[in-house]
Design a protein around this ligand. Structure first.
Ligand SMILES: [Zn+2]
Length: 387
């Protein structure tokens, strides 16, 4: 069983002050260092009050969150939701919103030639709030060899696409893998960095086994950029002896962020354990959810967060990596990843289940965890999404 349902209770009475009250949960909002039992009052699609006891008579609808964890709607900065177009796309409302992620960034499924379709068929139709990290390649991920020719790295075309779609493009994505042959990976990375520079948005770089060593990629990155797949098995931020690369430490000093991007092939418990032993924690935790890992080993972002709880990060640290920190890195036009009054009423409710849970990484290695975050109900813009 994946979750327990919470049934909204409709109350009689006239002119209640709140459309919805999320009642009695343990609220964890790292944006304001809140971690306590609170009620959340929602009116007009925004959060209007956090208080220890909002009278039930003030509520049109109540969500009973007692014994539950209540967080800002999660922000998953690496997903693939170009369902039907990019090879591994999955519909975001099923894979993200229903699992507690109210805001997601599609990491490179769309390129300049396929962005208009992404807007029409995904951004405008999904209930999930979907933003784009535009692929350097005009093809996006209609091909998984999107940079097999640098002719696809059409920086002028990508720059025009960004200018015309500022409301949905929040960064650039480039994948550094063997798909880039003959040492062209660094050339592609520099083109992507230049594109990001000119557009004043962050660059997300997928690291892995490529023509050049990871350290060379890290040296090219600047403050605000994001490294994804940081804790993969090979081609990670560790050297051959398991020590964090000096280039990664230097990049972090410069303000480069390190993301997880679990995916089907990009998260290793061994790597994560070695990195955390060296106090190298992730800045953001993302799922890299797509059609090839939704049935495991990823399942959802909450399961990825649970892996970091198991690895010893606190609930507050873990939730920050999928709420307040992504909101600081990407320039969203409204306050997200926070439960502060006036923010969009995006709220995620989880059960922190206790027992024995087998968690699996991308290589099939398992760990037995004593706790697991299980999505129960999501609220986006004040609207309740029961599972
Ligand atoms: Zn990905």
């Amino acid at each position: 069983m994946r979750a327990l349902g919470v049934s909204p209770v409709l109350l009689a009475g006239s002119a209640p002050r709140y459309d919805l009250v999320v009642q009695g949960g343990r609220v964890i909002d790292p944006s304001r260092s809140v971690s306590e039992r609170l009620d959340i009052g929602i009116a007009g699609g925004v959060i209007t009050r956090l208080a220890s006891d909002i009278p039930e008579s003030d509520a049109r609808q109540i969500l009973d969150a007692r014994e539950k964890i209540v967080t800002p709607g999660l922000i998953d900065v690496h997903v693939h939701v170009y369902d039907g177009v990019a090879g591994v796309g999955i519909w975001p409302d099923k894979a993200c919103l229903a699992q507690g992620s109210t805001t997601v960034l599609d990491a490179g499924s769309a390129g300049a030639t396929t962005l208009a379709g992404f807007r029409s068929y995904v951004v405008e139709r999904a209930e999930t709030r979907v933003g784009v990290l535009l692929n350097l390649s005009t093809l996006g991920l209609t091909s998984m060899r999107e940079l097999s020719s640098l002719a696809y790295a059409d920086v002028d075309r990508a720059a025009r696409a960004i200018e015309e779609n500022r409301d949905i493009v929040f960064g650039i994505k480039v994948r550094m893998t063997r798909d880039i042959e003959g040492g062209k990976d660094l050339e592609a990375l520099r083109l992507a960095r230049q594109l990001a520079e000119n557009a004043s948005v962050p660059l997300m770089v997928h690291i892995g086994v490529a023509s050049s060593p990871v350290g060379r990629f890290l040296d090219e990155l600047r403050s605000g950029d994001v490294v994804t797949h940081s804790f993969r098995a090979r081609g990670s931020i560790l050297d051959a002896s398991g020590l964090v690369l000096p280039e990664a430490l230097e990049a972090r000093q410069r303000g480069v962020h390190f993301d997880i991007g679990h995916g089907a092939g990009n998260f290793s418990f061994d790597t994560a354990e070695r990195a955390l032993e060296q106090d190298f924690l992730p800045d953001t935790i993302s799922s890299d959810i797509h059609s090839g890992n939704f049935d495991g080993p990823v399942f959802d972002l909450a399961t990825t967060l649970s892996k970091f709880l198991h690895l010893g990060m606190s609930l507050e640290q873990t939730i920050a990596c999928a709420t307040s920190t992504p909101a600081e890195i990407f320039s969203f036009p409204e306050p997200l990843g926070t439960l502060r009054e006036g923010a969009a009423a995006d709220v995620a409710i989880f059960e922190l289940a206790e027992g024995h849970f087998e968690l699996t990484d991308s290589g099939g290695a398992t760990r037995s965890a004593a706790r697991k975050l299980v999505p129960v109900t999501t609220v986006k813009g004040g609207v309740v999404y029961p599972r």
